[in-house]
Design a protein around this ligand. Structure first.
Ligand SMILES: Cc1cc2nc3c(=O)[nH]c(=O)nc-3n(C[C@H](O)[C@H](O)[C@H](O)COP(=O)(O)O)c2cc1C
Length: 246
């Protein structure tokens, strides 16, 4: 391996640490039975669990804690228009009257957020029924995960200024567009075909269209991770015998 360049480093204090994570459009059910959509990006997965970092006063957080259900719809790089339409909106009715001292809600009002009760109509996205839960999926998103709330962890407990929550959800069922599946495999996504929208420091990016290099980690068979995830329905019919971890 050729020596890597080392540049001089400096100490800085970035106000945000959004180094690049996928944009998730979370759908939840409002109290009146209508649907909400929120773009967010503080999300990561481990096994069949996803951790979501959300403001405590976001309508999505309130809905998720009340109903225990959401869909994690992943945006692709051609969906920036819809994401921008949803940016700086909230399903929170309290926004227009948020007074100084009400934390994140006041921050939103001061930063030009608008109360939008119909996020589907506003963004032009298409709701489609979920199979196991009440919030709808977003048909345009190439990957949609129906999920159930399993844990709520208050973040920044040691700090004076609180207001963010880490929510652990379990993925119950995953739907994907046909064109991102890996051919010859019943349960795999082809990363060469999947082009997630990535948020980096509030800016929107796509990924490079091809792999940067080979991956040593990718030499591990994906089915080897099955025990941390969901079982395969009708496993005998999947034709994945050769993929089993032995
Ligand atoms: C691309 C993008 C990523 C975002 N990421 C997050 C995030 O990770 N966590 C968060 O609390 N808000 C995030 N936001 C802001 C939320 O969308 C915002 O709080 C919104 O008002 C939530 O909607 P709701 O109140 O209807 O749930 C993000 C916004 C955009 C456009």
């Amino acid at each position: 391996m050729a020596p890597l360049p080392i540049a001089p480093s400096q100490t800085i204090s970035p106000p945000i640490f959004y180094w690049g994570t996928p944009v998730v459009l979370i759908t939840t059910e409002n109290e009146d039975g209508t649907s909400n959509i929120a773009p967010m990006s503080s999300a990561w997965w481990l096994g069949n669990r996803c951790m979501l970092g959300l403001g405590a006063i976001s309508q999505t957080t309130i809905n998720l804690i009340r109903t225990k259900q959401c869909v994690l719809n992943l945006a692709s790089e051609n969906m920036a228009g819809a994401v921008n339409a949803l940016a700086r909106t909230t399903g929170s009715k309290d926004l227009p009257t948020a007074a100084e001292g009400t934390g994140y809600l006041y921050f939103k009002r001061m930063n030009g957020y608008k109360y939008v009760p119909d996020k589907f109509g506003h963004s032009g996205l298409t709701p489609t029924d979920s199979e196991l839960i009440r919030p709808p999926r977003i048909a345009e998103c190439p990957a949609q995960m129906e999920a159930e709330l399993k844990g709520v962890y208050e973040m920044m407990q040691d700090a004076e200024k609180k207001g963010f929550i880490a929510l652990e959800v379990k993925v119950l069922r995953t739907h994907v567009h046909e064109n991102i599946r890996m051919s010859g495999h019943a349960n795999r996504i082809d990363p060469d075909k999947w082009h997630p929208l990535i948020m980096s420091f509030q800016e929107l990016y796509g990924l490079a269209s091809k792999k940067t290099s080979e991956s040593i980690l990718a030499k591990i068979n994906e089915e080897g991770y099955r025990s941390f995830s969901n079982p395969v329905d009708g496993e005998a019919e999947t034709g994945e015998e050769e993929d089993k971890f032995v």
